[in-house]
Write a protein that binds this ligand. Sequence first.
Ligand SMILES: Cc1cc2nc3c(=O)[nH]c(=O)nc-3n(C[C@H](O)[C@H](O)[C@H](O)COP(=O)(O)O)c2cc1C
Length: 499
Amino acid sequence: MNTPVNKASHHFVYSDLRQWIAAADALGEVKRLTGFTWEREIGMASALIQRSDPSPCLIFDEIPGVKPGFRVLNNFFGAQRANVTLGFEPGLSRLDLSDAFLSVYKDPDRKPIKHVIVEDGPIFENVLMGDDVDLTIFPSPQWHEADGGRYIGTGSYAVTRDPDDGWLNQGTYRVMLHDKRTVGMYISPGKHGRIHRDKYAARGEKMPVAIVLGGNPMQFLLTGNEVPYGITEYDVLGGLYQRPVECVRGRITGLPFPKDCEIVIEGWVDPAELRDEGPLGEWTGYYPGGARPEPVMHVEAIYHRNDPIMVGCVHELGPSEYARYRAITRSALLKEALKSSGIPDVTAVWAHEVGGARMFVGVSIKQRYAGHSTQVGHVASQCQVGAYAGKYVVVVDEDIDVSNLEELLWAMCTRSDPATSIEFIRSAWSTPLDPRIPPEKRERGDFTNSRAIIDACRPFHWRDQFPKVNMPSKAVQLETRERFSWILESWRRGDGRTR
Ligand SMILES: Cc1cc2nc3c(=O)[nH]c(=O)nc-3n(C[C@H](O)[C@H](O)[C@H](O)COP(=O)(O)O)c2cc1C
């Protein structure tokens, strides 16, 4: 069982990326590397480290062919800096951090605070316009061997405005470098930036866009999460910080961006001008499709701080950086969704990293009535937070730590019966990114999939007769750790201690 965190202790020790780096440095979690090429070596090093949570944040400098000081930062989320990134003290477990995040995200005292516009900021230290616009000054990496090109935007977000009501949105959508002055951005149907783009297209207009290529990590986390329609992510961050985000306005479109972010590119997306974009290795661990024609963005201005830092956040299979931080936030939001649907006694939720924090979800409950576990499984599988691109939901009793994959699978192996404990849902909301959608279904544009709900709770009607677990109780485990952990330490040291 996880321990509650005092939300009053929540505060951010940084307000921009440079202060965040200083905080991560203080934890000893930053590794600086020089001489790595954007063509191959940055991607190779990133793939090596980012599937393991304790690995460091990497900062690449002196990249061949690029001005020294123009850096790439990768793997910002992990180890103890994950806590600091979300505004908490180091030392929390993943489950505790997820709960702590939920407690501040849903705190009525931390409602969104509208951003403010200021005149100037470090982002205007360098302004390139007209013929000076050249996106190749930045070290955009080719992340994976089979990617369709260099990606300038992965740890980035696009700022767009609804042409009807002026609502400002910030969303993370990948950005491929085409040439010195153009990029391509892939935005899935239904995403807020796509809704904006479709509205401009219906009017026969180009969409104004500013893309932030590096900045406050918490802001980036929010732009990659499903913040509700109509809400501005800057203002959500303002609520969490309890002070407004200070923005400056782009000189081409008037769109606002944080005054202290690292790099911004500004211009227009022409919905009618298409160019091949992709592929880029996806969060499922596959290339689900080839290159696709996507609208081109013409860049008319670049703003950057001196010695700018571009943030990279790329997908790899399994527990990659993306999956690790999505697990913290999605598990929190799913737990909240189950509770607010009125279901009692949901004790913990974990959207496992190995399934991209979507495809393999564990939920633990304190069973109260027959059918409780079935209800939880179906709602977890189909509520708004859990429905998209899901596959398996496993429901277990509250003695199981759902964030521990081995423990969850053990419960599944021992408390479920394959023929009677698994239920299926068909024609569920999925995505072209799902590698298991058959070619014929793909061809007819049917991107639905099926779901399995695995009831791995002790069967309700005979739960009291279920065999006792062959393990010390939690209390005895704790006592054992306190009294006897010296056995292993003494063995490692070889000090001969016997009692
Ligand atoms: C690292 C990362 C990369 C992403 N890439 C894309 C992408 O290329 N296209 C896309 O539509 N969504 C992508 N997403 C998911 C969206 O960012 C996410 O759904 C977010 O809620 C979109 O913002 P919106 O809800 O304001 O549209 C990505 C998310 C992350 C964290």
